[in-house]
Each structure stands twice: as C-alpha cells, then as structure tokens.
Design a protein around this ligand. Structure first.
Ligand code: DGP
Length: 112
C-alpha cells in the first residue's frame, strides 16, 4: 500500500535497523523502544491488522510467532521476552500493517 509506513520500509523507501529478513517476513528495531531490546516482526505482504488475517495466512502467522524466540535470543533476550500485537484502534494500534512487538531486557523506558 502506497501510504503504509511499513510497506515503505519493506520496499526500501524508508530505512530501518533490520534484525532479520526473508522473502515473506522482515524484523527491525522499533523506533520508540519500550525496553532495552524492542523489535517488530512484520509480514512483507500488507495485512492491516491481525483481525484482517485470513486462514490462507496461517503458515505465515506461525512463522512470525516461531521467529520471535529465535530472534529474541539472537538479540540477547535469553532470559525471556514479551510479545504484543495491538489490533485495531481500540487495541492501541498506530501503524495499520500487522506487526508483532518483541521486547524485553533492562529498564523499560516507558510503560507498556
Ligand atoms: P502499534 O501500531 O501501536 O502496535 O505500534 C507501532 C510501533 O511502530 C510503535 O512502537 C513505533 C513503531 N514505528 C512507527 N513508525 C516507525 C518507523 O518508521 N520505523 C520504525 N522502526 N518503527 C516505527
């Protein structure tokens, strides 16, 4: 989608601090971290919210979920981490391109 920030990041039109990329998924550090380590895992395809995901995307969603512990460990969160998927305006979602927050470690810089 032309006006979607995360699509622009996927397309290389906006920069990001990437931690993982393959043909379906991108992960990059959040610009406003909640914690010492805070990154986002997104599908490259534009899915506006978790509520818009379809059964055909089940494998993709599973892939995102399974990437969380792997990337968290690589980012130094061996002791554990939190995940968060804000969904819709009522769920506090600001960027309408599905993303999973993965964060932890150190002192939170702002409350979750
Ligand atoms: P939310 O939609 O509320 O689940 O959170 C969106 C998150 O996306 C928020 O923590 C800040 C982050 N964010 C917004 N714009 C950018 C950006 O251009 N680059 C990066 N790296 N993160 C962004």
């Amino acid at each position: 989608m032309s006006d979607c920030i995360f699509c622009k990041i996927v397309e290389g039109q906006l920069p990001c601090n990437s931690v993982y990329e393959d043909d379906e998924v991108l992960a990059f550090h959040d610009i406003r971290p909640f914690a010492r380590v805070h990154f986002l895992i997104i599908p490259k395809a534009h899915i506006a919210t978790l509520a818009d995901a379809e059964p055909a995307q089940e494998r993709l969603l599973g892939k995102m979920l399974l990437l969380a512990p792997r990337l968290a460990k690589e980012q130094g969160l061996e002791a554990g981490f939190k995940t968060l998927v804000n969904t819709g305006r009522g769920g506090g979602q600001e960027v309408f391109h599905l993303h999973m927050h993965v964060f932890g470690g150190g002192d939170p810089v702002r409350p979750v």
